[in-house]
Design a protein around this ligand. Sequence first.
Ligand SMILES: O=P(O)(O)O[C@H]1O[C@H](CO)[C@@H](O)[C@H]1O
Ligand SMILES: O=c1cc[nH]c(=O)[nH]1
Length: 283
Amino acid sequence: MRGETGPAHAPTVQGKMYHVMLGPGDIPPYVLLPGDPGRIDQITETWDEAREVAYHREYRSARGVYRGAEIAAVSTGIGGPSTAIAIEELARIGVHTMIRVGTTGAIQPSIKVGSLIIATAAVRYDGASHEYAPPEYPAAASPEVVLALVEAARRLGVDYHVGVVASTATFHLGQSRPGYRGYEWSESRRRIEDLRRMGVLSFEMEAATLFTLAGLYGLRAGCVCAVIANRATDEFTPGAGVREAIMVANEAIRILQEADRTGSARTHSISDLASAIHRLYSG
Ligand SMILES: O=P(O)(O)O[C@H]1O[C@H](CO)[C@@H](O)[C@H]1O
Ligand SMILES: O=c1cc[nH]c(=O)[nH]1
């Protein structure tokens, strides 16, 4: 395996990475990363060709073709720890472009359930990234992946927002939800209010880990999430916008592959990105 310094360095079983059970050449280097293994089916349904490659623990993988682009999908499971394992192992088999396709809970009142959030960066409450780099190191998406996602959202005419998300290590207290029996404490109670004031768009649980490790390893990463909840309006609609998020991610992979192949991409997305950000921050 590329860059290995020995089996103990990154365990393999018959040439496959121990957790994802994939080896070099098993999947193309452009990969969608849903958290939920169940979302692999929703993703492969949108491709022109598809086949499952492996399924081990929370890591379900498939590969196929979307409108001429070779593409793969590997689920990360919930949270930073399992996501870090996936990235470490996928990097070792040659994956270089990753787009998280997730769901998220909006904390800004104006963000509608069913719309999409394209993350430019993530607040590192994920936990896992702190075992990789100091808190001052940014969890930032790759600019060209953000632009490809914005261009894709524009082409597909979906409602989207662009900005910073907060990745947490837990779904309940980490996102200012009370725990069992109503348990909470000072930090959990105030986090959502602080982040809302900071203009953070939503909560999810993997982007900060993905962006931190991709930054450290020189890999390309982005994230598009379906807004299935709004914490300000207390709405919760499981599945809202998931198909749109998948289609935007598929199209972004196609745009990136075209750019990688031809050195250019027919995109207007600088102006779209500017107008999207202006719309969001012009109040
Ligand atoms: O729908 P996925 O991709 O799993 O993403 C979100 O859903 C889970 C919590 O319900 C967390 O993984 C969070 O990041
Ligand atoms: O509220 C939500 C919804 C999806 N995923 C999260 O992490 N939080």
